[in-house]
Design a protein around this ligand. Sequence first.
Ligand code: AMP
Length: 217
Amino acid sequence: MRGIIFVAPPAAGKGTQAKFVCEKYGYEHISTGDLLRKSASEETLEALYIKEKMNSGELVDDSLIIDLLKNRLDDIKSEGFILDGFPRNLYQAELLEQMLDNIKLYVFYIDVDFNVVMKRFTGRISCPTCGRVYNSLIDGLKPKQQNICDSCGSNLVVRSDDNEQTFTRRYEVYSNETEALINYYSDKKVLYHINGNLDEKSIFKQIVNVLEGENNG
Ligand code: AMP
C-alpha cells in the first residue's frame, strides 16, 4: 500500500492536490483538519477545546489527533491513502511510523513563498459537502456560479479558522516544525521537493512524475 504525506504551509493547496491524486488513483483522502472539524461540530467538551485551538491557529493535542487518526487508518480499503495535515511535528512523524506497516511512503514537501500562500488564503472558499476548494480571487479557481460548488451545487463557505491573524500564527507554527520534519523524511529518503509557487496543474504534474517513477529513487 502507498501512503502519501504533504508537508506544506497552510493554504498551499494541499487539499486540492490531495483531491487530484485521489481522483486519478482512487486513493482515500484522510485530512486531520477535516476529522477535527467533524469532532468540533459535536456537542461535547472536547469539541469546545478543539474549536478554541483551531480558531487560534495552535495545534491540537497530539494524543487526541492520534486517536482520531488510528480509527480512520484502520478503515482504509483502497490501495493507497493521502494524509493531509499529518504529521505536523517530529513526534507525530515518529508515532505515525509505528502505526504504518508495509506502507511505501511518499512525502511531498510543497515549498511555497509566504506572499503566494497569503494571496491564496485570502480568497479561499470551500464546499462543506464534497470538500472541493475554490478561490474567489484567482482566475481559473473561481466557481462557475458565485458561491456555488461546481461539483455538487452546495453553498460554498469560508472556514471559520481562515482569518488573517489565525493564518499568520498557523504559518509560524508550520515554519517552526517543518525543518525537523524535512530532515527526518530526507534521512529516510522518502522526501520529494515540489515547487509550490506554480499553478495547481503544474504542481500536480510534479507529483504524478514522482508517483509514476520519474525522479523516483
Ligand atoms: P488544516 O485543515 O490541516 O489546515 O488544519 C486546521 C487546524 O486543525 C490546524 O490549525 C490545527 O489547529 C488542527 N490540526 C490539523 N491537523 C493537526 C495535527 N496533525 N496535529 C495537531 N493539530 C492539527
